[in-house]
Design a protein around this ligand. Structure first.
Ligand SMILES: Nc1nc2c(c(=O)[nH]1)N[C@H]1C(S)=C(S)[C@@H](COP(=O)(O)OP(=O)(O)OC[C@H]3O[C@@H](n4cnc5c(=O)[nH]c(N)nc54)[C@H](O)[C@@H]3O)O[C@H]1N2
Ligand SMILES: Nc1nc2c(c(=O)[nH]1)N[C@H]1C(S)=C(S)[C@@H](COP(=O)(O)OP(=O)(O)OC[C@H]3O[C@@H](n4cnc5c(=O)[nH]c(N)nc54)[C@H](O)[C@@H]3O)O[C@H]1N2
Ligand code: SF4
Ligand SMILES: [Mo]
Length: 728
C-alpha cells in the first residue's frame, strides 16, 4: 500500500483546487446557464444531481453521440460550491460498467450460489408479488421488512411497504447518524449546520472531512478555515488527511472523547468563561451542569484520553476566547460506541455554553424551502407494532427509521412475531451491518428476498429476485429540498435513456403494486409527481428554471440570529436549549452526560476502528473501474510497535479475528495509527462475483464486527470490537 498516501494527496489536491476557488466567492452562485449555451445535434449539456453519495452535488452532464462523455460541477449550487469529487466524476462508469445487472434476474441455484435466470419484467414482478402475497396470507403484512438507504426515489419504496400494510420500514440512520441527530435534537430541538466558512476555531472528534466528504463542510474547511488561518484541532486515533491538514492533531485514546469534552466544560465553567447572558436567556439546567462537571478535571481527562491536561486547558481557553465563532463540530457517522449519544450530547452542551448558537461562524439552525406535494390516495395505518419494539426500547428514537440491529435480533429470534419477506432498496445490509454471519442467518430464515439495486451487490447476490434500477444518469427523480445555511432545491433529470433493460424505482414499485392489488396508491407518473413539487417552489417559472439549471438557491447572505429573540420557543419540552434533559431522565437515561471508561482490549487484542477514503462511498464503488485505480485492495493499519511484538512485517498476510469471524488482510505497518487499535477500510472482500474487481479481494469488515449499539438512540456501535492479529 505504499502508493496510498500519494493517491490521497493527489485526490485532495484536485478537490482542494476546485473547492478553494469556489469558496473564495462565498457561496458560489455563479450562473452557468446564463450564457445561453447552445446544444448541437450531437452535443448536449444536461444539469442533474449526483447520486453517488448523500451530498446531492449539482452536476452538468455533457452528452455526445448519445453517450455521457463528461460530468462537470454546476457552480449554481451553493452547497456543492462548484465541486464534483472523484466519485462524482466516476458516475459515468456506473452507467457503462460491464458488471451491471442488465435485466431482471431470478435465482435458480441455492442462495448465494450465483446461478441466475435472466427474466422479463413481467416474470420478475409476477414471481415477487406471488411470494409477497403468500407471506402476507400466512403471517400478515407485518411479516415483511422494507429496508432502504436514502435516495430521491426511496419515497416510493417506503410507500409500497406501508401500502402493503407493514410497520417494518427500516432505514439506514441507525447504522450512521442516529445518535448525533438525536443528541442535537434533544438539546436544541433541531440538528443545526456548522458555519465552517466563517468559524475561527474548530474542534473535530474524528469527523474526517478531508476524506469523508460532506458538502459544503469539506470545501469550507479548505477555503474557509485553512485559507483564513482559523484553527483546526483534530482528535483521531489515526493520522488521516484531516489530521495532516489540522493545526493540532491528538491521537486520542479510542472511546474517550467524552472525557475530553467534559474536561473542556469543566475548565470553561471553572474559569468563568461561559456565555452568561446567552445561558440565562436561552438555556435550562446550567447550574446542574456546573455541579456535574466538578470532578471532570483536565488532569483526570489526561489519564483517560492521553491528551495532556495543559493542552485541554489551553484548548478550552482558546475555544471560549474565539466564541461565538468557535465550533465543536458534530460529525456525521456517529455509529462508534455504546455511549455515542452521550458523547454527542456533551458536544452540543459545550457549544451551547459558549453561546455559539445561531451565530456567524457558529452553529446555525437550517433554513428550509417549501416544495409542493403530490396528493396520492392514502392507505390505512399498519395494524401491527414494529418488530424492533422501538417504543419499548428506544422511546426517543426516530420511529419511521426503525432500529436496525435490534430489528435483526428480533427477526432472528422470531419474536415478537415472524418476519419472512425482505425487500431491499439501494442498500447493502450484507456489508452495512456488523456480523455478516448473523445477516446470512437472517437471510436463510426468509421465505422471500427481493433487491432493487443498480449493481449486483452482496445483498443482491443472496436475493431471490433482483430488479435492476436505471442508474441516476438514466432517470428523472423527485425534487429534493436541501435545508442548510444556504438552502437549495435540486433536480435530477434523465441525461441519457437506459442502456439496458432497467427501470426507475417508481416503475418497479408500480409493477409490484399492480400485482399486489395496490395500484390505486401509485396512480401517477414521475412527471406528475415532480410537477406537483415544482408548483410550490418559491421560484418564478419553477419547472422551466429547474429543467434548465438543475438547482435553485435563495440569493444573498444567510441571516443569522433568527431564533435569538425573547419569545422564541425551541422544539424541546421546556422550549429552551436543554442542558439538563427531563425527557432523558424520564426515559431512564442520564439527563447530563456521565462518563464511564471504555473497556480496554486485553493484551493480545486490538480495538478495530473504521473510517473512509475520499474515493469510495461505503462498501460501494470499489468496483467502479476508475475509482478502483485509487485502491485495489484494502489492508490492515497496524502500528510498528504492535507489529514488532507480533513479528508482523509490512505487507505480510495476517489473520484478523474477532469473536464472530476471521478475515485475511495484508498488514500495513504504519505510525499513522495508535498501538492499541487497528484500522481497515470498508468495501472489499465481496461475495458477489458480479463485483468482479473486488470479488474475494481483501476483506469485508462486516465479517468481523460484533453487534453492539448505543443505548439511547439504538445506533450501531461499530468501534466496540476487539480483534486478534496473527501472521497467517
Ligand atoms: N461495516 C461497516 N458498516 C457500515 C459502515 C462502515 O463504515 N462499515 N458505515 C455505515 C454508514 S455511515 C452508512 S451511511 C451505511 C451505508 O450503507 P449502504 O446504504 O448499504 O451503503 P452502500 O455500501 O453505499 O450501499 C448502497 C447500495 O445501493 C446501491 N445503489 C447505489 N446507487 C443506487 C441507485 O441509484 N439505485 C439503487 N436502487 N441502488 C443504488 C449500491 O449498488 C449498493 O449496493 O453503512 C453503515 N454501515
Ligand atoms: N468519500 C466519502 N465521503 C463520505 C462517505 C463515504 O463513504 N466516502 N460517506 C458519507 C457518510 S454516509 C457519512 S456518515 C460520513 C462519515 O464521515 P465521518 O463522520 O467523518 O466518519 P468516518 O469517516 O467514518 O470517520 C470516523 C473517523 O473517526 C476516527 N475514530 C475512530 N474512533 C475514534 C474515537 O474514539 N475518537 C475519535 N476522535 N476518532 C475516532 C476514525 O479513525 C475515522 O478517521 O461521510 C460521508 N461522506
Ligand atoms: S460529494 Fe461527490 S459523490 Fe457525493 S454527491 Fe458530491 S460529487 Fe457526488
Ligand atoms: Mo453514513
Amino acid at each position: 500500500m505504499g502508493t496510498t498516501r500519494m493517491d490521497r494527496r493527489l485526490f485532495l489536491k484536485a478537490t482542494g483546487a476546485t473547492a478553494g476557488a469556489a469558496a473564495s466567492i462565498q457561496v458560489g452562485c455563479l450562473s452557468y446557464f446564463k450564457k445561453g449555451r447552445s446544444a448541437t445535434a450531437d452535443r448536449r449539456e444536461v444539469p442533474t444531481t449526483c447520486e453517488l453519495c448523500p451530498n446531492k452535488c449539482s452536476a452538468i452532464a455533457v452528452v455526445e453521440g448519445g453517450l455521457v462523455k463528461k460530468l462537470n460541477p454546476n457552480p449554481e449550487n451553493p452547497k456543492s460550491r462548484d465541486m464534483l469529487c472523484a466519485r462524482g466524476n466516476a458516475a459515468i462508469k456506473q452507467v457503462y460498467d460491464p458488471d451491471r445487472i442488465k435485466q431482471p434476474m431470478i435465482r435458480v441455484g441455492a442462495r448465494g450460489e450465483g446461478k441466475w435466470k435472466p427474466v422479463s419484467w413481467d416474470e420478475a414482478f409476477d414471481f415477487a408479488a406471488k411470494k409477497l402475497a403468500e407471506v402476507k396470507e400466512k403471517h400478515g403484512p407485518q411479516a415483511s421488512l422494507w429496508s432502504s438507504t436514502e435516495g430521491f426515489q426511496e419515497v416510493f419504496f417506503k410507500n409500497l411497504g406501508l401500502a402493503f400494510g407493514s410497520p417494518n420500514i427500516v432505514r439506514h440512520p441507525t447504522l450512521c447518524l442516529a445518535s448525533v441527530n438525536l443528541a442535537y435534537s434533544m438539546t436544541f430541538g433541531t440538528v443545526p449546520s456548522f458555519d465552517l466558512l466563517n468559524s475561527r476555531y474548530v474542534i473535530m472528534s474524528g469527523a474526517n472531512r478531508f476524506e469523508s466528504i460532506i458538502t459544503p463542510d469539506t470545501m469550507d474547511l479548505i477555503g474557509g478555515v485553512m485559507e483564513r488561518k482559523a484553527k483546526l484541532i483534530y482528535l483521531d486515533p489515526r493520522f488521516t488527511v484531516t489530521a495532516a491538514k489540522a493545526d493540532e492533531w491528538y491521537p486520542i485514546k479510542p472511546g474517550t472523547d467524552l472525557a475530553f469534552i467534559l474536561a473542556m466544560i469543566h475548565v470553561i465553567i471553572k474559569e468563568n468563561r461561559h456565555s452568561k447572558d446567552f445561558i440565562a436567556a436561552y438555556t435550562t439546567g446550567f447550574d446542574l451542569l456546573a455541579e456535574h462537571v466538578k470532578s471532570y478535571t483536565p488532569e483526570w481527562a489526561e489519564k483517560e484520553t492521553e491528551i495532556p491536561a495543559k493542552d485541554i486547558i489551553r484548548i478550552a481557553r482558546e475555544f471560549s476566547d474565539a466564541a461565538p465563532r468557535s465550533l465543536y463540530y458534530a460529525g456525521r457517522r456517529s455509529s462508534w460506541y455504546q455511549n455515542d449519544f452521550q458523547m454527542r450530547r456533551a458536544q452540543a452542551i459545550l457549544n451551547a455554553i459558549v453561546g455559539n448558537w445561531d451565530q456567524v461562524g457558529g452553529m446555525v439552525p437550517n433554513a428550509k424551502l417549501p416544495k409542493g406535494e403530490f396528493l396520492f390516495m392514502p392507505w390505512d395505518e399498519p395494524k401491527a407494532p414494529r418488530v424492533d419494539e422501538i417504543d419499548k426500547h428506544f422511546p426517543l428514537a426516530a420511529k419511521g427509521d426503525g432500529v436496525y440491529l435490534k430489528l435483526r435480533e428480533n427477526v432472528l429470534s422470531g419474536k415478537p412475531y415472524p418476519v419472512k419477506a425482505w425487500m431491499v432498496y439501494k442498500q447493502d445490509p450484507m456489508n452495512a451491518m456488523p456480523d455478516q454471519a448473523k445477516t446470512l442467518k437472517m437471510i436463510e430464515g426468509m421465505d422471500f428476498i427481493g433487491v432493487i439495486d443498480v449493481a449486483m451487490s452482496d445483498m443482491a447476490w443472496y436475493a431471490d429476485v433482483v430488479f435492476p434500477e436505471s442508474a441516476y444518469l438514466e432517470r428523472t427523480d423527485p425534487v429534493e429540498v436541501m435545508a442548510g445555511i444556504w438552502p437549495a432545491v435540486v433536480y435530477r433529470q434523465q441525461v441519457v435513456k437506459p442502456i439496458h433493460d432497467t427501470k426507475p424505482n417508481l416503475e418497479i414499485v408500480q409493477g409490484l403494486a399492480k400485482r399486489l392489488g395496490l395500484s390505486d396508491y401509485f396512480d401517477y407518473t414521475i412527471e406528475q409527481w415532480v410537477d406537483a413539487e415544482f408548483k410550490e417552489l418559491p421560484i418564478p417559472m419553477a419547472a422551466e428554471h429547474m429543467k434548465k439549471h438543475g438547482v435553485w438557491a435563495a440569493s444573498g447572505q444567510p441571516s443569522y440570529g433568527k431564533t435569538l429573540t425573547p419569545d422564541h420557543r425551541f422544539v424541546t419540552k421546556t422550549g429552551k436549549i436543554e442542558i439538563f434533559s427531563e425527557r432523558l431522565k424520564e426515559a431512564g437515561h442520564d439527563p447530563l452526560p456521565v462518563y464511564a471508561s471504555p473497556e480496554q482490549p486485553p493484551a493480545d487484542r486490538f480495538r478495530l476502528i473504521l473510517g473512509r477514503v475520499g474515493y469510495f462511498t461505503h462498501a460501494n464503488h470499489s468496483n467502479n473501474v476508475w475509482l478502483h485505480e485509487f485502491m485495489k485492495e484494502n489492508d490492515l493499519w497496524i502500528n510498528p510497535k504492535s507489529a514488532a511484538k507480533l513479528g508482523i512485517l509490512n505487507g505480510a498476510i495476517v489473520d484478523v479475528t474477532s469473536s464472530v469471524g476471521s478475515v485475511k488482510l495484508k498488514a500495513r505497518v504504519t505510525e499513522e495509527i495508535r498501538p492499541d487499535c487497528v484500522f481497515m477500510l470498508h468495501g472489499f472482500g465481496k461475495k458477489s462475483k458480479m463485483q468482479s474487481l473486488v470479488y474475494n479481494v481483501g476483506a469485508s469488515d462486516a465479517v468481523i464486527l460484533e453487534t453492539a449499539w448505543d443505548k439511547v438512540s439504538g445506533n450501531a456501535a461499530f468501534h466496540e470490537t476487539f480483534v486478534k492479529v496473527t501472521n497467517a
